[in-house]
Design a protein around this ligand. Structure first.
Ligand code: ZN
Length: 299
């Protein structure tokens, strides 16, 4: 083989991969949360998201699918539009930014294209914190959202993966939402946050996701949607109460971890909580860094 031909094969790409410029040093955190459907982020992290936002930190909630089969009566484009409007209302209540990707509900795959999309979103947000579901879950979209976010955990720092968007020099902390699945391993809370101060705001936000909770989403039915106004009110109350119980149960379930961060007796008086597990990929924060990332424990 002639040297000139060989040099073609040895040629180093001349394309420049640029590192993302550091975001303005304003002391504000940048958080991006991923959920499979237009409601998952709000359910899992709506409380802490609104607490960050109230302190001026930048929070974005991304639904990786458009939710277009998530109802018992309607589907397709009109449902996708309806659900986008719902999360925009909910996220406005929480004070955070909403984004819904136009991928069909129930059809999400951990493809290269989707890996690129998630990587770009994290880089563009200059994220310090990334949240997503664990990859063990009953719903394939939840599972693959978990896989996609995990797959991005290292790739966000790799210059020549998606060189069109500047890579991150500082690897974010990746966190998982809680779930109850036991196999292959149960959720382990690394940080737990009291959401008592924002519980009504969170319940208001979830109430705005009418198609999913008030109407029951994919497994709902006409029986859930009364025509009588007093029964409608009662239905709203039930939905609210169901979620209130959920976050009260989480405060019980994660009591020990709340104790680690708030100390006693304060932890014992916490009524509602959210909790997160640190992913083994991405940056591994120690307790001191977790307290900076969740600047709520002295309150
Ligand atoms: Zn979901």
């Amino acid at each position: 083989m002639k040297a000139s031909v060989l040099s073609v094969f040895l040629a180093v790409p001349t394309l420049l991969a640029l590192a993302a410029p550091a975001p303005a040093e304003d002391g504000k955190l940048r958080i991006i949360c991923f959920g499979a459907h237009p409601d998952d982020c709000e359910i899992q992290a709506g409380g802490v998201a609104s607490m960050w936002a109230a302190k001026g930190h930048q929070v974005k909630l991304v639904s990786v699918t458009n939710g277009d089969i998530g109802h018992w009566r309607e589907a397709g484009g009109p449902l996708a539009k309806r659900r986008k409007a719902e999360v925009e209302r909910a996220d406005a209540i929480l004070g955070v930014t909403a984004e819904v990707l136009d991928i069909h509900d129930g059809e999400l795959l951990p493809s290269i294209e989707n890996r690129r999309t998630i990587t770009r979103l994290i880089r563009e947000w200059h994220a310090d914190i990334v949240m997503g579901p664990r990859p063990n879950d009953y719903h394939p979209d939840h599972r693959y959202t978990g896989v996609l976010v995990q797959d991005a955990a290292y790739m966000v720092t790799v210059p020549f993966f998606c060189p069109d968007v500047p890579y991150l020099k500082h690897n974010p902390v990746f966190l998982y939402y809680p779930d109850s699945f036991q196999k292959p391993n149960p959720f382990q809370p690394d940080v737990a946050v009291a959401i008592d101060g924002v519980i009504s705001k969170k319940l208001d936000a979830l109430d705005a996701l009418e198609s999913q909770f008030y109407e029951g989403g994919a497994n709902g039915s006409i029986e859930l949607v009364p025509s009588d106004p007093s029964k409608q009110q009662e239905r709203h109350r039930q939905v609210r109460l169901g979620f209130e119980r959920r976050y009260a149960d989480q405060a019980q379930r994660f009591k020990a971890r709340l104790g680690d961060f708030y100390g006693q007796p304060k932890a014992g008086s916490i009524r509602y909580a959210e909790a997160f597990e640190v992913c083994e990929y991405g940056r591994r924060p120690d307790t001191a860094e977790l307290k900076k990332l969740f600047p709520f424990f002295g309150e």
